[in-house]
Design a protein around this ligand. Structure first.
Ligand SMILES: Nc1nc2c(c(=O)[nH]1)N[C@H]1C(S)=C(S)[C@@H](COP(=O)(O)O)O[C@H]1N2
Ligand SMILES: [Mo]
Length: 310
């Protein structure tokens, strides 16, 4: 797919007097903001819902990134475009062949949504949505529409493919849970992990990442015995809202089998659930938003396996 930045337009319509077309040159003249946010696929970890089967932190937790986005706040663009206050929902559409579209409630749009053209200080790369992308901090990556070409305002959600046949959760009672946008409070130990085994007994710093789509991480506890005892890990500053937060804790390994877990807490009081707790809430058909506690089994020979104990 090729998009010419000179002819690319962002069309804004619905609840504006007449449709407005913004060129990239129009957009980059707006006041800009830069923010560091994580972005996680709603299906990250989904393959482990029925129990641990993926070997490696890239497979269990890899569908995520955290970077700096630069663009204009959607609230600023809406004011300039003169979107009427009766707007309750916004439709965002991409310029890919699928014309991927999602409905976004106006509260999120007005809160912290960005129309971004830069990632980590350089223009977006083609695969990440060049020249323009919707950024909805902390929300399922699927709503962060790449190659953004159209915004439409209205009073109701549009019930697009990605919010009906996909990204809905079949609950045990046969009903589907829809519009489950926020990526929950989550953490994972990234060292040791299957890709980074132990290299002998003795000292090893245990480290990992924590994040929450609800806000900032306030605390991470680490267990070395499968969740029986917990110790508080140190958080690396700066801690930003809806961004990766690194945690670390010293460990003296005696060479015996150990079950490593991490449990994150955020500033809204959310505590990362055990897998059993998540399954009790979501049921066995679930695919999306798997934020349960990961267990790494450190074997006496130093290798590390993904297991489920709680
Ligand atoms: N236009 C458009 N936007 C899209 C998609 C798409 O297929 N088309 N995929 C979504 C999904 S499912 C994910 S997980 C993220 C991936 O973003 P990344 O490539 O920056 O990691 O983009 C989202 N935005
Ligand atoms: Mo995704």
């Amino acid at each position: 797919m090729e998009i010419d930045p000179l002819t690319h337009r962002l069309v804004v319509h619905g609840l504006v007097d007449t449709a407005i077309e913004y060129t990239m040159n129009d957009l980059i003249r707006f006041p800009t903001e830069s923010h560091i946010y994580f972005m996680e696929c709603g299906a990250n970890g989904g393959m482990d819902y029925k129990g641990a089967q993926m070997q490696g932190v890239q497979f269990t937790h890899g569908m995520i990134h955290c970077c700096e986005w630069t663009g204009v706040k959607l609230s600023v663009l809406m004011a300039e475009a003169g979107v009427k206050p009766s707007a309750k929902w916004m439709l965002a559409e991409g310029a890919d062949a699928a014309a991927m579209t999602r409905s976004v409630p106006i509260e999120k749009v007005l809160d912290d949504a960005l129309i971004a053209w830069s990632q980590n200080g350089e223009r977006l790369r083609p695969e990440n949505g060049y020249p323009l992308r919707l950024v909805l901090p902390g929300w399922q990556a699927n709503l962060n529409v790449k190659w953004l070409r159209r915004l439409k305002f209205g009073s109701d959600p549009w019930q697009t493919r990605e919010e009906t046949s996909k990204y809905t959760e079949l609950m045990p009672d046969g009903k589907s849970r829809q519009f489950d946008w926020v990526m929950g409070t989550k953490s994972v130990i990234t060292g040791p992990c299957p890709e980074k085994p132990m290299v002998g007994k003795g000292f090893r710093e245990v480290t990992g990442l924590a994040w929450s789509g609800f806000g900032a991480i306030t605390r991470v506890d680490v267990s070395f015995d499968g969740g029986v005892n917990w110790k508080r890990a140190a958080l690396q500053e700066p801690v930003y809202t809806k961004a990766f937060t690194r945690f670390r804790i010293p460990w003296e390994w005696n060479g015996e089998m150990a079950l490593l877990q991490s449990r994150a807490v955020d500033d809204k009081g959310h505590v990362q659930p055990t897998h059993e707790q998540l399954l009790a809430a979501r049921g066995g058909n679930a695919i999306y938003n798997k934020n349960s506690i990961q267990t790494w089994r450190v074997n006496p020979n130093g290798t590390v396996d993904s297991v489920q104990v709680s």
